[in-house]
Design a protein. Structure first.
Length: 513
């Protein structure tokens, strides 16, 4: 890897590789550990980037031995690891995995945890850094933090650090997020707090900053003078599989995806250039975007700019799907949205008058996340074209997933006598340009948390400002006298027609994916 590619990451890796580390996962019997966390650590191990004498302690309520826990994780790793699972690597890697049974509120469980951590340090002959990963149900976060504080586990030993990683959901509104932030702040300093948003770990999301700030080409055009509108789509072709309905029906698309993932993407697209790449400089700029969002207050403003919807029965990929309200663990009279589309304005000099359209939904025709930047048409076109709509045919598409890459659509002359034009595509694909698979988001984020780099994690003020904005919409939906309607779309379609109308009002259309 050349210096140009990433000197910053190289030093971080070197720095953290030297120090031993133990990760304690609270709620370790959940799906996340099996599907994401252990495969991520395994892949990091396969790349040779794990710290020496690395250990994982799974902390959960169910009774099981280390062997049973390892066996379950092995099955998960075979299915979910990015790199091939080999018995040899698994045998050495899994020796560092242990299980600790305890209730989350039981002080004795934390005293025993401390003894276990001390025992590992003794066996190593040196104290280890400690990373506490909150992957339990969110109600357990506060008791866990209290117990860590009561046992002094929130402080590193022997000059090593202790840090906390908080999984989402980080609260369900501003009040609960503030309460949680308070509990975290009483236990860990902000610099040791890592609120995870796995979208920030996606390779293409990280590339947004490089695209914008390492190329002189785009930044001069990246403003209201040249950009007509920006669209962010996050489509999923799944519904409430795997018993997710229970959680999802208490959250909905706005809380589950927009408050965190989509606002993070929006911030990266709309932020000003940071003065340097330090975690705080980057996050200072990102939070300014969220703070500059024009508030949507009251049912009228919300109704005019936000469309919520539930899917009805339909079919995706030729497979029939039930409607949202018929899904397992979903209230048959649910008022929770499985789809949301928003028109947002960012009140800054750069973005005055540019609509940002965001849409996210379940049971859409395919899984795809992309950002498209639609440029304005040229001031004057010296060709008889027949077709040059309001926004031009110049579109920059950042494909977050799948088929990660960036495409620029421009007009070109069709070969032949006549001067007719056609849209063509200049395409960069990660898979062909770099010839190797990108690391999974969790690999990058776990390494960053161990390396002490919080750039790709949400800061307290980012989370709270995002909730502040979202709360007004939720309030208009659920607490106003005349709430905006809940629309419908058949599973397998691209969402409700009202979301198309939202753009049509401005003379725009959703980009076809
Ligand atoms: C999670 C949401 O944070 O992100 C899920 O809770 C969603 O509802 C998932 O399906 C999408 O993540 P990805 O990486 O598959 O796009």
């Amino acid at each position: 890897m050349s210096d140009l590619e990433n000197p910053f990451q190289e030093t971080l890796l070197q720095r953290h590789r030297a120090d031993p580390c133990t990760v304690v996962i609270f709620g370790a019997t959940g799906d996340l550990t099996n599907r994401k966390l252990i495969p991520a650590f395994y892949n990091v191990a396969a790349c040779g980037d794990l710290p020496p004498q690395f250990k994982v302690i799974g902390f959960a309520r169910r009774d099981k031995t280390d062997e049973v826990f390892r066996k379950e994780l092995e099955e998960g790793n075979r299915k979910n690891s990015r790199q091939p699972h080999t018995d040899e690597l698994w045998a050495s890697f899994s020796q560092g995995i242990h299980y600790h049974r305890s209730e989350f509120e039981d002080p004795a469980g934390y005293v025993k945890l401390k003894l276990l951590l001390d025992q590992f340090d003794k066996e190593r002959g040196t104290p280890a850094n400690r990373l506490f990963y909150l992957a339990s149900a969110p109600e357990a976060f506060k008791p866990i933090l209290e117990m860590l504080r009561a046992t002094g586990l929130n402080h590193g030993v022997g000059g090593r650090w202790a840090r906390v990683v908080c999984e989402k959901p980080f609260g369900k509104d501003l009040a609960t997020a503030r309460g949680l932030n308070q509990a975290v702040a009483e236990t860990f300093e902000e610099k040791d707090t890592y609120r995870i948003d796995h979208y920030l770990g996606k390779e293409t999301a990280q590339n947004i900053m490089v695209l914008r700030f390492a190329n002189a080409l785009f930044e001069p055009n990246w403003n209201s003078k040249y950009i007509d509108n920006v669209q962010i789509t996050c489509a999923e072709n799944l519904g409430m599989e795997g018993g997710r309905g229970g959680y999802y029906d208490t959250a909905g698309a706005l809380r589950d995806m927009v408050q965190n993932h989509l606002f993070q993407l929006l911030s990266l697209v709309a932020m000003e250039p940071p003065t340097d790449l330090s975690a705080d400089s980057v996050r200072d700029e990102k939070v300014k975007v969220i703070r500059a969002l024009r508030p949507l207050v009251g049912p009228e403003a919300v109704g005019a700019n936000v469309i919520r919807a539930q899917y009805t029965a339909g079919s995706v990929d030729g497979v029939s799907r039930v409607g949202y309200r018929q899904e397992d663990r979903v209230n048959p009279e649910s008022q929770t949205e499985a789809y949301v589309a928003l028109r947002l304005y960012i009140d800054t000099w750069r973005w005055q008058g540019v609509p940002f359209y965001i849409r996210v939904g379940k049971q859409l025709p395919k899984k795809a996340t992309e950002i498209s930047v639609h440029f304005k048409k040229p001031p004057q076109v010296p060709f008889a074209t027949g077709r040059l709509p309001g926004s031009s045919e110049n579109t920059l598409v950042i494909r977050i997933q799948p088929d990660e890459g960036i495409a620029l659509r421009i007009l070109a002359k069709q070969p032949g006598q006549a001067l007719s034009m056609q849209q063509v595509k200049m395409d960069f694909r990660y898979s062909s340009s770099f010839g190797k698979a990108s690391p999974e988001a969790y690999e990058r984020l776990l390494l960053d948390a161990m390396a002490g780099d919080a750039t790709l994690f949400a800061r307290r003020d980012e989370v709270e400002n995002a909730w502040k904005f979202i709360d007004e919409i939720e309030h208009a939906w659920h607490q106003s006298a005349a709430p905006p309607p809940m629309c419908e779309y058949p599973a397998g379609s691209w969402g409700p027609k009202e979301a198309d109308d939202l753009l049509r009002q401005d003379g725009h259309e959703w980009r076809l994916l």
